[in-house]
Design a protein around this ligand. Sequence first.
Ligand code: NAP
Length: 485
Amino acid sequence: MVDVPALLARVPRDLQVGGEWRPAADGRTLEVTNPATGQTLARVADAGPVDGDAALAAAAAAQESWAATAPRARSEILRSAYELLIERTEDLATLMTLEMGKPLVQARGEVAYAAEFFRWFAEESVRIRGSFTVAPAGGSRLLTMRQPVGPCLLITPWNFPLAMGTRKLGPALAAGCTTVVKPAAETPLTMHALVGLLEEVGVPGGVVNLVTTSRAGEVMEPLIRDPRARKLTFTGSTAVGRTLVEQSARQLLRVSMELGGNAPFVVFDDADLDVAVESCLAAKMRNIGEACTAANRIYAHSSVAAPFAQRLAQRMRALRVGDGLDEGVEVGPLITAAAADRVRGLITSALSGGARLLCGDEPVPEVGHFVAPTVLVDVPRDAALVREEIFGPVAAIQSFDDEDEVIGLANATEHGLASYVCTRDLARALRVAERLDHGMVGVNTGVVSDPAAPFGGVKASGFGREGGAEGIEEYVETKYVAIPS
Ligand code: NAP
């Protein structure tokens, strides 16, 4: 068990700019609270526009030397960061549980997942290839080289405070880009710890600059419009993503957008119901339902809908709800009181529209932003929780009768991030995967995330891929050199 006061005392609280920890220029700080208890955990520096400008200036100043650092040297720094992250698993997991609420066991899982992005991109760093070919007409040689795009702005959400950071920092650093990182205001401590760790393993000053702020728009918009920035990578809501794309149009900034989802989870009549229930539980309840990949609309074939829903409800009802720091807890609090109220409102509205409650009325702790794991069946097709990202522990089940119908339903959303299919028929799995308008498809599994795979969406879920061989592409430019012979 980690000594929490000692852990909090070890975490840096200031901004990191050009290799120095410093308070906000105007001395402001922002409060970080524990969603399970409402207690204040810490106050961290609350950057203003002047600090943001200094951070981008530091990133721009460090760009040339970081790009010129040998790929092997960048790779070894990332490899050391991977190792130190793993060594610090308990500290980092505890920090995430404290500020975000996820159960400790899942926070440990996030550390492993987050660390893997550093290992993966340490390996990619030395394999950024160009090409050399003879022009088809002969007479000249065509050389291409891959170069770092330049200083990057990284904006991350609160739901995966560590992994959303490493998924961007890993490829950016591997490619030779410097960065300004802005984590969510609710969960800055994890990023402070991560940036401190990167300093320890030898990331030079100015390569990773950290601005924590309660004034996201005020601080980031001038940076997005600033020509010293060459790339913006954002993970967060579709609404904010749209605004940032508009802002980035001014200087035609390169942009990657990992936005919201509304994942369909389809259970066909030939599915192994044990696999379907466990996969659905994983896809729904990972991170208390606060995941962009969360199963949001569950479609079960009418011949299996009743037993599937009953079994899922049995599993959901048995989950232990409480403070994520207590070992054995499986469902923590939602991030804020407003988030919990919103999820309760979605349940109430679905019930008044004709949905039935299979579970969800069990008591939850009174202090903290808890919502009981809930299963609803006969959810109307137009219910708000079908149209919107639920972002909470609520499984909304509908039934369907044939394949074409369910593909139509699954694609009837502006989003297109994760999707899931349960069937024993491989041909059907492939056929349906091809027709799903989503960036990722899980077949008989509730987990699609893997640092070695390209994570990302289509339509209003954004563009760009993180992880896999594709991940580094987001951070390099291709330069072509013509060489007459
Ligand atoms: P959010 O409100 O969009 O915030 C995300 C980040 O953007 C935070 O750091 C936030 O800072 C910042 N931000 C907000 N307004 C901004 C502005 N005007 N200019 C610059 N930055 C701004 O999203 P969230 O509620 O934290 O995260 C949940 C959303 O993220 C969900 O929709 C989820 O699906 C999505 N998500 C997507 C993926 C993916 O890979 N596709 C992964 C995880 C989460 P503040 O905290 O200070 O507001």
